[in-house]
Design a protein around this ligand. Structure first.
Ligand SMILES: Cc1cc2nc3c(=O)[nH]c(=O)nc-3n(C[C@H](O)[C@H](O)[C@H](O)COP(=O)(O)O)c2cc1C
Length: 191
């Protein structure tokens, strides 16, 4: 196993995948790692939806792009970037999930007030554990407007009382991913 700090620093959001799928054993391993994440009052308010059906992933990508367009038109604040992004969303065949073989949606129990944070911690465990095994991952926030639609979530098999928090893709990386620039953090010390 690689050194933890190296894993943290070299994990990348992977957007280019090989065809071969991640094994069920690996997905089970990632979910096992997720459940060791901290959670408010140890409520562990998560649930995992594993989607490996290509057609389902494709349909969700198309629904996701459609649901994102009105938001993108409102929120993209960089006029130079906006047309490219919106035309990406409007182009049939562009895949929000970067053609990854597995999509795992971490669902949070609506009754838990800390579910969003707990699920995000579980997501980071999964992404780091994946990287430790050479599996690539990426959080796909762009699909959230579609996943906020109860009908779509139900159709995917989400249990009642849960909301989507962290849609994560996993696959075997194709090529290398360069690290996007990191800013120096602003830190204020009080001693
Ligand atoms: C909440 C969240 C939402 C994200 N949504 C997307 C997305 O929809 N599509 C995508 O390709 N990457 C998405 N990303 C990945 C970020 O773009 C990526 O983490 C960032 O550029 C830094 O790159 P790195 O993860 O390789 O360090 C998301 C990341 C987070 C944490």
């Amino acid at each position: 196993m690689k050194d933890l700090i190296e894993i943290i620093k070299t994990r990348r959001s992977v957007r280019n995948y090989k065809e071969d799928p991640v094994s069920d054993e690996d997905i089970k391993f990632l979910i096992d790692c997720a459940r060791y994440a901290p959670s408010g009052s140890n409520m562990q308010p998560w649930n995992f939806l594993v989607i490996q059906n290509k057609e389902v992933i494709h349909k969700l990508s198309e629904n996701g792009k459609k649901a994102m367009i009105p938001l993108a038109e409102q929120i993209v604040n960089n006029p130079n970037k906006a047309p490219g992004f919106i035309s990406f969303l409007k182009t049939k065949g562009n895949n929000l999930f970067h053609n990854a073989s597995s999509l795992v949606i971490i669902l949070g129990n609506k009754k838990s007030v800390t579910a969003d944070w707990d699920c995000a911690m579980a997501a980071q465990n999964m992404m780091l554990a994946a990287h430790s095994r050479g599996i690539g991952s990426c959080w796909i926030g762009l699909v959230m407007p579609a996943l906020m639609d109860e009908k779509i979530l139900k159709e995917l098999g989400a249990p009642p009382g849960y909301k989507a928090v962290a849609p994560l893709i996993f696959g075997h990386p194709q090529g290398k991913t360069v690290m996007p620039e990191r800013n120096e953090p602003e830190v204020k010390w009080l001693k």
